[in-house]
Ligand binder design. Structure first.
Ligand code: PRT
Ligand code: ZN
Length: 283
């Protein structure tokens, strides 16, 4: 049995549980419970505050955990990252009032900076040779400058909307973060085997999320040209259509390449292009 810690409630919680369900792991969801057991996989899920997850994994209360890299790096615990999970992406940034002139980190000298990430901020200031005062607060960091508590902030940003609505501008990115799966080092052989199976499933889900399956109709004269445009997993599948002189081509493309390829395919004569998501992708 492997014990996995996930956030009890908050921005990571729902996405972590959804991800496990996409991995084909079934369990009862009961928000008031502190733990639950999967019904079809040797996994027990513990629900904790995200700040506690690195420490609980390091101590072996849980074997693995899903946590943001921001919290993981701030807490400085002895755990290993075994998988990046691609969701809850954000960045830890320094922001100053929009009216302040800012050219480089040295402009932060002598300022008071409010943050919930004192260790990461200190590391950054040290690296940049900046002497600033770190004022640790546990929440609502972005309002600190407007109430006179600090002159700058170091906080998480995703869309940037919160900074904007508080009259702040992002001037330095300290860390880029996403949810990661962490494990206690030196797991037993039995637990490591379960973790390997879990990671295999996570990788298949993540691979599927970054690819699309595309189908299109192509005049036979354009098959070679279209095939060359398709960087598929292997060569594309080509099947004759009922209409003479035409074929259907199927393949898999990376989502990132997708718009560029689609335009080129249209120019090469492809028609009726369909793009669908892939649920799992096993290599
Ligand atoms: O109760 P618990 O301690 O478990 O939760 P929490 O309140 O500490 O954390 P929570 O649920 O807010 O966030 C959990 C994790 O989600 C964080 O540690 C990050 O890894 C990740 N994450 C991703 C974010 C954001 N995006 C995010 N935008 N966490 C917080 N924010 C906040 C940010 O602090 C700011 O107030 O959202 C605001 C900014 O958002 P934008 O879109 O306006 O820029
Ligand atoms: Zn927290």
């Amino acid at each position: 049995m492997l014990r996995l810690a996930v956030q009890k409630s908050g921005r990571l919680s729902e996405k972590s549980l959804e991800f496990l369900e996409e991995c084909g792991i079934h369990f009862q969801r009961n928000k008031s419970k502190l733990k639950t057991q999967a019904t079809n996989f040797p996994l027990e899920i513990l629900f904790l505050r995200d700040d506690d997850i690195p420490r609980y994994v390091a101590k072996g209360v849980a074997d693995v955990g899903i946590v943001g890299e921001n919290v993981l790096r701030e807490k400085q615990q002895a755990v290993e990252v075994c998988e990046k999970m691609g969701f809850s992406r954000c960045r830890l940034s320094i922001a100053v009032p929009q009216s302040m002139e800012y050219t480089s980190a040295s402009d932060l000298n002598g300022l008071k900076i409010a943050t919930s990430y004192p260790n990461l901020l200190e590391e950054f200031l040290k690296k940049e040779g900046v002497k600033a005062e770190i004022h640790e607060i546990s929440g609502s960091v972005e309002i600190a400058p407007s109430i006179g508590l600090a002159e700058a902030v170091c906080d998480l940003v995703s869309s940037g909307g919160t900074l904007l609505s508080n009259g702040l501008k992002e001037v330095e990115i300290i860390l880029r973060s996403e949810a990661v799966l962490v494990n206690k080092p030196d797991l037993s052989v039995e637990k490591q085997e379960i973790l390997d199976q879990l990671q295999f499933r996570i990788k298949s889900v993540m691979r599927a999320q970054s690819y699309k399956y595309i189908l299109m109709n192509v005049p036979n004269s354009a098959i070679d040209q279209v095939s060359e445009l398709l960087p598929g997993m292997k060569s594309p599948t080509v099947m004759p259509l009922a209409e003479e002189g035409w074929s259907s081509i199927h393949t898999v493309v990376k989502e990132d390449d997708f718009w560029e390829i689609i335009e080129n395919l249209r120019q090469a004569g492809a028609e009726g292009i369909l793009v669908t998501s892939i649920e799992k992708m096993i290599l």
